[in-house]
Design a protein around this ligand. Structure first.
Ligand SMILES: [Mg+2]
Length: 249
């Protein structure tokens, strides 16, 4: 049974903030599967699916910069890549195929994201001594659907879905919850969206180097210290405990 003293010791409230996508549940694979399905449609029409795939990835990164992480982005990128592949091949764009490509891509939003093994145990272990928050970014409806489906909601003291994670968003979360940055942690799979913003706020970070898309590879780590790596989610409690005990990694 945790007590107020355990949670709010002399160093301030100890918070662990988790990312959702590809940290607690696997979503990148859903994008890969949707992309493959859309690519098969393009290939069946006699166009080069490999060229389409490469084009889709670069268009998607550009669209993320331009339009943010809205629900419309990924299907739009798949359609634009089809239009460009057809144009380069000198073939007219087929409206029916365009809609099929869009629908194949949009399946990513209704497909079930699989929660990583050990997610629940990991959160229960950490909850014994800390407050837990979930901070995810992306389309509000899609994110809440994944949060509800994960079954992990009751394990968090605070859940927030934002358009984009950055140091300002994180600082305001810490401030609102009265958490001390120096004794708080961020756990996530992205250097750009999780680890670097956390370090900029003075938090320590556990980086789980999971499969991520090109947009999340846009930054290298911007701090040399304060970052620990975990091979998998279930290693996180031990990594944090060892770091706080000063055990070298
Ligand atoms: Mg993530």
């Amino acid at each position: 049974m945790r007590t107020a003293d355990d949670l709010d010791d002399r160093t301030g409230l100890r918070l662990v903030v988790f990312d959702g996508d590809d940290t607690l549940w696997e979503t990148e694979r859903l994008y890969d599967e949707a992309r493959e399905a859309a690519g098969r449609l393009v290939g069946a029409a006699g166009l080069d699916p490999v060229a389409w795939d490469a084009l889709e990835r670069s268009i998607d990164v550009a669209n993320a910069e331009r339009h943010g992480l809205s629900k419309a982005r990924f299907p739009l990128s798949c359609v634009q890549a089809y239009e460009e592949t057809a144009r380069r091949a000198g073939v007219a764009v087929d409206q029916g195929l365009m809609e099929s490509v869009r629908a194949a891509a949009a399946a990513v939003f209704t497909a079930a994201a699989v929660v990583y093994p050990g997610a629940e145990d990991t959160l229960r272990t950490l909850r014994a001594m800390r407050r837990l928050a979930l901070l995810t970014q992306g389309d509000t409806e899609v994110q809440w659907h994944r949060i509800d489906a994960s079954g992990l909601k009751p394990l968090f003291d605070n859940i927030r879905v934002v358009e984009k994670k950055n140091a300002e968003v994180l600082a305001s979360l810490l401030d609102e919850l009265g958490a001390d940055p120096a004794s708080s942690w961020f756990v996530g799979n992205s250097l750009a969206s999780d680890v670097n913003p956390a370090r900029r706020c003075g938090m320590r970070a556990v980086w789980i180097d999971a499969h991520v898309w090109e947009h999340e590879r846009r930054e290298a780590r911007d701090h040399e210290d304060g970052i620990w790596e975990a091979g998998r989610l279930s290693d996180v409690p031990a990594v944090i405990a060892a770091a706080e005990d000063g055990v070298p990694t």
